[in-house]
Design a protein around this ligand. Structure first.
Ligand SMILES: [Zn+2]
Length: 246
């Protein structure tokens, strides 16, 4: 079924996906034993869908205690403004700095026709920090590459992972955006690939049921992309040298 027709699905016990309508990312809701967590908030205009999704599972906006942003891009943080008063908002410190300063060089709201919003971040996350919400544990892995402030959120006992824009189903790799790096990206993918993972919940597109294959394809194609770029540069350099000789 096309995703635009879907609003919300339970993807694990007490974990829900609220499908994002373009350009918004998906928003994930985790009903914890006594704390409720949202992963990413989408764009501002997607917020009515978030409210509708939350209502369907018996939650109000004020029932969300913690919002974790997977990175600083506009399509993942725009809805933060609706949680400023009632929830803690958390992002990796490299993302939080950009969110707090409305760093448009990296966040890219305006170039996508979106409002530049005064979104906030209250908690600066670090690699390997762990949230224990009772029925689930959420471990933060700093996975720079797509941007410098990207994180993936890993459940170390149930073995699933929320990846934001770091990796998508079928090994589709991310764009290396402003503040990102190919070297960091490959390293992040290789590091994630060492974790036992049964399912990947990305920020866009379908849920990945075959993470091992997905990581293999993504690592191979990102290495290839980097090699192709280096070879292209070398060729351009050689051509210039030949031209100079003539
Ligand atoms: Zn992104």
């Amino acid at each position: 079924m096309p995703q635009d027709e879907l609003l919300i699905d339970e993807v694990e016990t007490q974990i829900y996906i609220i499908y994002g309508k373009k350009p918004s990312c998906h928003v994930y809701v985790i009903k914890g034993t006594n704390k409720n967590v949202l992963i990413d908030t989408g764009v501002k205009g997607n917020f009515p869908r978030v409210v509708e999704g939350l209502t369907k599972i018996g939650l109000k906006v004020s029932d969300i205690h913690l919002v974790i942003n997977t990175h600083e891009h506009f399509d993942h943080v725009g809805g933060n403004i609706f949680f400023h008063e009632t929830a803690f908002l958390a992002a990796h410190r490299f993302a939080a700095t950009k969110i707090e300063l409305q760093d448009e060089y990296v966040m890219h709201s305006a170039i996508h026709g979106e409002e530049i919003l005064k979104v906030k971040s209250h908690i600066w996350l670090e690699d390997r920090l762990l949230f224990d919400i009772g029925n689930y544990k959420l471990k933060i892995f700093h996975t720079p590459g797509h941007t410098s402030g990207c994180i993936c959120i890993y459940e170390p006992f149930k073995h699933f992972m929320f990846t934001g824009d770091t990796i998508f189903d079928k090994g589709v790799i991310s764009k290396i955006s402003d503040s990102g790096s190919f070297g960091d990206y490959i390293n992040s993918l290789e590091r994630l690939d060492t974790l036992k993972t049964n399912k990947v919940f990305p920020g866009h597109g379908s849920i990945c049921e075959d993470p091992s294959e997905t990581f293999t394809i993504a690592i191979r194609s990102s290495r290839q992309k980097l090699d192709d770029y280096k070879n292209q540069l070398l060729k351009e350099l050689q051509d210039k040298k030949l031209e100079a000789k003539q």
